[in-house]
Design a binder for this molecule. Structure first.
Ligand code: SF4
Ligand code: SF4
Length: 92
């Protein structure tokens, strides 16, 4: 296995949420539970005739609450930047 980073891997620079509008049933659960209120229901319709949820584009903390609340597998993907390793205490 190579230790060189794969340039095809997405670079996660910050928390982000992606909603697949065609997988969404517009149940509104995610918009209700999002603690920062950054999700809303779109005025447009998807191919199933539902108004899908959408991200306003900023303010997501990557908490994942919407992911766990959503009853549609694959409708919501949450991205969190990797945690920075904790600094080890220096021995005195
Ligand atoms: S991950 Fe958290 S902050 Fe981001 S949209 Fe989902 S519920 Fe809201
Ligand atoms: S919880 Fe899932 S199905 Fe319901 S509106 Fe949000 S993304 Fe759509």
């Amino acid at each position: 296995m190579s230790s060189t980073p794969d340039t095809k891997d997405p670079v996660i620079v910050g928390p982000d949420v992606i909603i697949d509008p065609e997988m969404c049933k517009g149940c509104n659960l995610c918009t209700y539970v999002c603690p920062t209120g950054v999700l809303l229901i779109s005025e447009s319709l998807n191919h199933l005739g539902f108004h899908p949820a959408e991200y306003t584009g900023e303010g997501c903390t990557g908490c994942g609450v919407c992911f766990y609340a959503c009853p549609e597998p694959g409708a919501i993907t949450v991205y969190k930047p990797p945690r920075k390793p904790k600094k080890q205490k220096e021995e005195v």
